[in-house]
Design a protein around this ligand. Structure first.
Ligand code: URA
Length: 449
């Protein structure tokens, strides 16, 4: 077999066999095929796609390129959630302890921030001492003790995806439905879970701006997961404006802590409750999303969800005092309010631009090796639909670099569109896709119908 023939066949739109895909992946991981040939293959997939069978095979081969975890020594139903990525998306920090406090085991593996989106690992590591790089043999004792771990992808898990994802990032081939499907599912299938909830986002801050494309991704993800017998539900949500008010590592962790203590913003709480309730529904602990949401609300009100978060922080070596008294956390050296130039209503917040500006303020990185600044970022003071008076703050920007802060202020101001007429609050949850069936979200019934 040779890689040029395989690349040629994919370039010409043909379906590759399992043997051909296996050859490409194994030879690439072992260093026998150079980056430039895999780049050509990825670009051919970007333009010509993959059939459902190819996508499932590619997923399986990526999963099997490393260790596949098995938590059978841990009693209980194991579930995880994955988001296709967004701005201000700190849901995992709230969802993991919340779901674990309701008795479902959460062996969560998350990523770092890249491009305009943040990453769960950076937000957790904003807590002094918090270790996300646990050894695989540390997982089981922790899962047995507290029912939840929150770690990053290790060297042993899906090494093929690690290498291919870095290459996709550098060759403009991230936005391909079969490649995203294989990348996400290979890692989730290697986690040893019984079920998966996918938050598939559409909008200006999402991987796909276009709703149709996001729907297509959700369908491909659920259909491929079904092939592996993994109970999977995709929930389609909006990423037209940042989630909650905080964008930036510690700012988001702080907002997650507030939410776990019952003081979170409504949109963040809502989406977290729905995704978490879907995990409880998978486990059989509840028989509807609305019943799951009610149970989870009790876990927040009773303090059990916050206590579970403290347990997580303790087990990962983090400073629990900082979580209990988050006002003690250091703040960025400089901050500035961005104020409205006219009276009106917030009609639009360019989500991608807010994400990019938060990164420029210091919250992000341009390559995986770079450090992030935990205290920089943006707090939104107004969201879409809010009324605003001239001179009122739209947002506050934080940075440790005064020059960067002054260049970012105008970008934030321009990301807001103010309308002279009233603007309706946009929907956050659209629908759910499961076993090929789509149901829309009914906010009044608190259920998919
Ligand atoms: N997240 C992943 O893990 N992989 C992708 O390809 C896109 C988002």
């Amino acid at each position: 077999m040779n890689q040029i023939d395989i690349i040629t066949r994919k370039r010409d739109g043909q379906e590759l066999s399992a043997d051909e895909l296996q050859f490409l992946i194994s030879q690439y991981v072992s260093g026998n095929i150079p980056d430039y040939q895999i780049s050509a293959f990825l670009m051919a997939v970007y333009f010509n796609g993959m059939t459902p069978v190819e996508t499932a095979t590619f997923t399986r081969l990526m999963r099997d390129s490393g260790t596949v975890l098995n938590h059978s020594a841990v009693d209980g139903f194991k579930s995880d959630k994955h988001s296709t990525g967004g701005v201000g998306d700190k849901v995992s920090l709230i969802l993991a302890p919340l779901v674990a406090s309701a008795g479902v085991i959460v062996p969560m593996i998350s990523g770092r921030g890249l491009a305009h989106t943040g990453g769960t690992l950076d937000k957790l590591e904003a807590i002094p001492g918090f270790r996300t790089n646990l050894d695989l043999d540390e997982l089981e004792p922790q899962l047995n003790a507290i029912g939840v771990v929150m770690i990053g992808q290790t060297e042993d898990l899906c090494p093929a995806d690690k290498k291919i994802y870095a290459l996709r990032d550098a060759t403009a081939t991230v936005n391909s439905i079969p490649l995203i499907t294989a990348s996400i599912l290979s890692k989730k299938l290697a986690e040893g879970i019984d079920s998966l909830v996918l938050d598939v986002k559409a909008g200006s801050g999402a991987i796909f701006e276009d709703k149709e494309k996001a729907w297509e991704l959700a369908k491909m993800l659920t259909a491929t997961a079904d092939n592996f017998g993994l109970k999977t539900t995709a929930i389609l949500t909006s990423m037209e404006q940042p989630l909650g008010r905080a964008v930036g590592n510690w700012l988001e962790t702080r907002e997650a802590i507030d939410t776990l203590r019952g003081n979170g913003p409504a949109d963040l709480l809502d989406i977290t409750l729905i995704l978490s309730a879907q995990m409880l529904l998978h486990s059989g602990k509840v028989d509807s999303i609305s019943a799951g949401m009610a149970l989870l609300e009790e876990k927040i009100a009773s303090g059990e969800a916050f206590d579970k978060f403290l347990q997580i922080v303790k087990w990962h070596g983090g400073d629990t005092a900082m979580v209990e008294k988050p006002d003690a956390y250091p703040t960025a050296k400089c901050s500035a309010d961005i104020v409205a130039q006219s009276d009106g209503h917030v009609a639009e917040i360019n989500c991608r631009e807010i994400g990019r500006t938060a990164m420029a303020l210091g919250a992000g990185r341009t390559s995986v090796e770079e450090d992030v600044d935990y205290t920089s970022g943006i707090m939104l003071r107004k969201k879409v639909g809010d009324a605003v008076r001239k001179g009122e703050p739209l947002a506050t920007a934080y940075s440790n670099d005064a020059d960067v802060l002054s260049t970012c202020q105008q970008r934030i101001e321009q990301a807001f569109k103010i309308s002279s007429t009233q603007v309706a609050r946009p929907p956050l949850i659209f629908s759910r896709i499961e076993a090929g069936v789509e149901q829309r979200w009914d906010a009044d019934a608190r259920n998919f119908v």
